[in-house]
Design a protein around this ligand. Structure first.
Ligand code: NDP
Ligand code: MG
Length: 379
């Protein structure tokens, strides 16, 4: 029986993780979970799974929950439970940079980690991966592209692989030109053609920042140079990613657009266990799959991600922080869609490389970049 700590249990990945736990009650036990705002969802998690601990920063929300469930132990921060909790596997499914400190704490505590929170690796991939190596921990990818690559690499020799190829659906505005993007609304941006996901990642998919973050995530997770990572557009989201071998063959992983598969594989690794689907996956019904070259002029944030990735150091953290502030502002209606790109570009352009970087400096750069970009928002 694996005891699981689900961070971000009320979110899109969190809820699908709970689905996996629900399917295998003899193998997984929800030991603790975190949430930020959604008290109703938190209540139903406690009712159903009877976890021992809850992690929530807001004291009022914690009190509301503990009044009804006095046996629950409350932790205020994600990293406190990550460090001290009695669990075996952390599923990091929080949104944004808040996931980093807890990931580091779980590594230090030598826990298994299933990582959905890509921002963790984008901000501090060098430090996270070095710590994981030191403790002998494999970070198990939950992101579908990285899970696909992880799956195709099972049993392969590293030197036989020439390239990693990530696929991108293109997001909600893939058929719009840049001129068409003037004045698009939040609702339009949130309508992803293939996946139902949290709001931030849905916007990130449309700006291609998500794929940019994933390129940096792949660089750290698998230890490949940026020259060996490629992105192609694949509108059906059926082929989740692939590797090109030295002899010109490609190995790919395909399946339905269902995040339970990569989540479950991270939890049952190295075994593939059944998942019940409402209807069977039928390639014949899908009929055809399409692949197109990525247009870097149409999606400048993908080009910028390769650039900040190659520059390394503190640049990816700046790209990430600026994006988080910009997307939150767009979702609140404070800025236009195209302002998201301009704010990220400006933050990166104005950033001065930081010498002797360490984890504390990264947290500081994250904080300072947020403050700076907030200062650029209209009042
Ligand atoms: P959601 O927005 O649906 O969920 C985010 C979760 O994090 C919620 O439980 C939320 O709590 C919690 N949360 C939000 N802000 C904070 C905070 N400041 N402190 C603590 N907890 C917080 O996100 P997703 O599930 O879509 O994404 C989660 C991560 O997984 C992201 O890094 C994303 O990039 C990655 N990912 C997501 C995929 C998807 O299909 N959704 C696919 C691949 C990767 P509450 O709801 O209570 O406010
Ligand atoms: Mg992905």
């Amino acid at each position: 029986m694996k005891r699981i700590y689900v961070m971000g249990a009320t979110g899109s990945i969190g809820q699908q993780t709970l689905d996996v736990l629900r399917s295998y009650p003899d193998q997984f036990q929800l030991k603790a979970f975190s949430f930020a705002t959604n008290l109703e969802a938190a209540r139903s998690i406690v009712e159903e799974f009877k976890p021992a601990a809850v992690v929530v920063e807001d004291v009022g929300l914690a009190e509301a929950l503990l009044t009804d469930y006095p046996n629950l132990v409350h932790y205020k921060t994600l990293d406190a439970y990550a460090a001290e909790g009695e669990y075996d596997v952390m599923v990091n499914a929080v949104m944004g940079s808040v996931g980093l400190a807890a990931t580091m704490a779980a590594i230090q505590a030598e826990k298994e980690i299933a990582l959905a929170n890509k921002e963790t690796l984008v901000m501090a991939g060098d430090f996270v991966m070095a710590a994981a190596r030191e403790k002998g921990i494999t970070l198990l990818p939950v992101d579908s592209e990285h899970s696909a690559i992880f799956q195709t690499m099972q049993g392969l020799k590293r030197e036989d692989v020439k390239k990693l190829v990530l696929t991108a659906s293109g997001g909600s505005f893939r058929d719009k030109s840049r001129a068409d993007l003037e004045g698009v609304t939040v609702e339009e941006a949130l309508a992803h053609p293939n996946w139902t996901m949290g709001a931030k990642i849905t916007i990130d998919s449309s700006t291609m920042v998500n794929k940019g973050l994933e390129v940096i995530e792949a660089h750290h997770l698998f230890g490949w140079d940026y020259d060996q990572i490629e992105v192609i557009q694949h509108r059906e989201s059926i082929l989740h990613s692939m590797v090109e071998l030295q002899d010109g063959a490609f190995l790919a992983q395909l399946g339905p657009s269902d995040m339970r598969e990569p989540i479950q594989f991270a939890l049952t690794y190295p075994y593939h266990r059944p998942i019940s689907h409402p209807k069977p996956f039928d390639l014949a019904e899908i009929g055809s799959l399409h692949f197109e070259k990525m247009d870097m002029d149409r999606f400048p944030m993908l080009a910028l991600a390769f650039e900040v990735g190659r520059r390394g150091g503190s640049f990816p953290a700046v790209y990430n922080a600026a994006n988080e502030v910009a997307v939150a502002a767009f979702l609140k209606g404070q800025i236009t869609y195209l302002d998201i790109e301009s704010l990220i570009q400006r933050a990166v352009d104005e950033h001065q490389e930081v010498q002797s970087l360490d984890l504390d400096r990264i947290f500081e750069i994250d904080r300072l970049t947020r403050k700076k970009v907030r200062g650029w928002l209209p009042l």
